[in-house]
Ligand binder design. Structure first.
Ligand code: FES
Length: 59
């Protein structure tokens, strides 16, 4: 897994930033990740990947 991979191109948010926000904040939804990192709040095209990252971390 590449933490430096940009997941949200609109907002320039990397996989590592999303993972850290989820683990630090106990986030469980795409909306919460958007509030914490801005990821997914532009075109919305990355929300499916954000959900996959949530599923990976939260099971
Ligand atoms: S790529 Fe994330 S909102 Fe557009």
């Amino acid at each position: 897994m590449d933490r430096n991979e940009t997941i949200c191109n609109c907002m320039g948010v990397t996989r590592g930033e999303i993972i850290d926000a989820i683990t630090a904040g106990g986030l469980t939804t795409v909306d919460e990740v958007g509030e914490a990192t801005s990821a997914g709040t532009g075109c919305g095209g990355c929300q499916e990947i954000i959900q996959e990252i949530l599923d990976e971390i939260n099971g």
